[in-house]
Design a protein around this ligand. Structure first.
Ligand SMILES: *[C@@H]1O[C@H](CO)[C@@H](O)[C@H](O)[C@H]1NC(C)=O
Ligand SMILES: *[C@@H]1O[C@H](CO)[C@@H](O)[C@H](O)[C@H]1NC(C)=O
Ligand SMILES: *[C@@H]1O[C@H](CO)[C@@H](O)[C@H](O)[C@H]1NC(C)=O
Length: 382
């Protein structure tokens, strides 16, 4: 009898220790577009938004394309590194498993994706924010099956969530006459529709257990090389920039309201609009030499939709703000990340190793044979 009681106590103690000892690591779940994509579109074979050819990724790791739409790191890479968080792998990476998720989180970001389902349809395949949230629900199921509901809830409540979309809803939707949103809405009603949709999505994420959420605003997207080259003057498109400012205003208010409405959660909003606008006007102040054209371009044929193996690269990639027609370089992303960290009021862990900056070799890279030919012709279906 005494023996049995002792046994029960021992068993209970072991179970208790095991529950308390549940190693719940803080990881990130990232929802975004090409500015945060770390390889999802590589696994969408029919997507026209691809970063799978040289010279994407040239300043990172082995220099081969890794799915990032830049020469180096994304803004989320840099912020996560500075906070000492692991870099989450792409959701569509075949090696993703429950163990990998528990250690590293997941990145659902997809080039061409938007807040709105209808954004970026001409890329044929991309993951819109609603789709990314559906995939996150699948991730939750997988984790619950593996570690049980209680531990899974703790894990998901303790994670950091990043939501960084919106540019495509303008550039690859509202501002293109091809899309019905461009004639259905005006500037004001479109921004209401867009931020109203974002509100529903952020509430949905909250209902799924997201408690620490950071939302990125938009930069001066009227100054991306593509927008400039479409004007005769080569200047930034003020109308496009004003849309970004209005979106940032409306989203900032939305985040303030969510903070009041949703209990026990932390919402942070930040944008790097002002600092990027300043860089564009005074590049040398920040150590840049070029802020209006892509480092990777197809000679004088512009706009080129993407960086290609046959493109020429600028001499010094660290001195260019833009990598291709749409996306900033690693150096510009570092500046944006530093600004966002400041806006979010995030305490940076100075004890951890500094984010590793890529070695930038200011010379023409070696010729690397592309392992995959670009998808040019859209399939008729879908
Ligand atoms: C958007 O797409 C998702 C599927 O990813 C679907 O469940 C949802 O109903 C769609 N929403 C709208 C407003 O069309
Ligand atoms: C953003 O909000 C500020 C203050 O609320 C206002 O002064 C500014 O005009 C707004 N900008 C835009 C583009 O809506
Ligand atoms: C907020 O957190 C506290 C402490 O963990 C908890 O007691 C309370 O029920 C939570 N409130 C809501 C509405 O979830």
């Amino acid at each position: 009898m005494k023996f049995n009681v002792a046994l029960v106590i021992i068993v209970a103690t072991i179970l208790g220790i095991e529950l308390q000892g549940f190693h719940c690591k803080t990881v990130q779940f990232i929802f975004g577009d090409s500015l945060s994509d770390v390889g999802n579109n590589k696994y969408l074979p029919r997507s026209l938004a691809q970063a799978s050819l040289p010279w994407y990724g040239i300043d990172m790791g082995n220099g081969l394309p890794n799915g990032r739409f830049s020469n180096g790191r994304t803004v989320s890479d840099i912020i996560g590194d500075k906070l000492g968080l692991p870099r989450p792998p792409a959701f569509l990476d075949p090696s993703l498993s429950a163990d990998v998720i528990l250690e590293n989180g997941v990145n659902y970001a997809s080039g061409g994706g938007g807040i709105l389902n209808e954004t970026g349809t001409y890329f044929i395949q991309r993951l819109s924010l609603y789709r990314q949230i559906e995939l996150f629900q699948g991730t939750q199921e997988l984790v619950r099956t593996n570690i049980g509901k209680e531990k899974a809830d703790t894990f998901f409540k303790g994670a950091n969530y990043v939501v960084a979309l919106g540019s495509n809803d303008f550039i690859n939707n509202y501002l293109m006459p091809l899309y019905s949103d461009s004639w259905t809405y005006n500037d004001e009603t479109f921004i209401e529709y867009l931020t109203g949709t974002l509100e529903k999505q952020l509430k949905l994420l909250h209902s799924l257990g997201a408690r620490q959420v950071t939302v990125f605003g938009l930069g001066p997207m009227g100054c991306i090389p593509l927008q400039r080259v479409l004007t005769t003057s080569g200047n930034c498109q003020e109308k496009t920039n004003n849309l970004a400012l209005s979106f940032n205003n409306a989203t900032s208010k939305l985040i303030d309201n969510l903070m009041k409405q949703l209990p026990n959660s932390s919402y942070k909003f930040g944008d790097a609009y002002d600092v990027v606008y300043d860089v564009i006007n005074y590049p040398s102040k920040y150590g840049f030499q070029n802020a209006d054209s892509p480092c990777c371009s197809f000679g004088r044929i512009r706009p080129s939709l993407t960086c290609l193996p046959a493109s020429t690269l600028c001499k010094d990639r660290s001195k260019y703000v833009f990598w291709d027609e749409y996306h900033p370089t690693d150096s510009a992303n570092e500046l944006i990340a530093n600004e966002l960290i400041k806006k979010f009021g995030l305490g940076v862990d100075h004890s951890s190793a500094p984010s590793q900056a890529p070695t930038i070799v200011p010379s023409q890279p070696p010729i690397i044979a592309p392992s995959q030919s670009p998808v040019i012709a859209p399939s008729p279906d879908n």
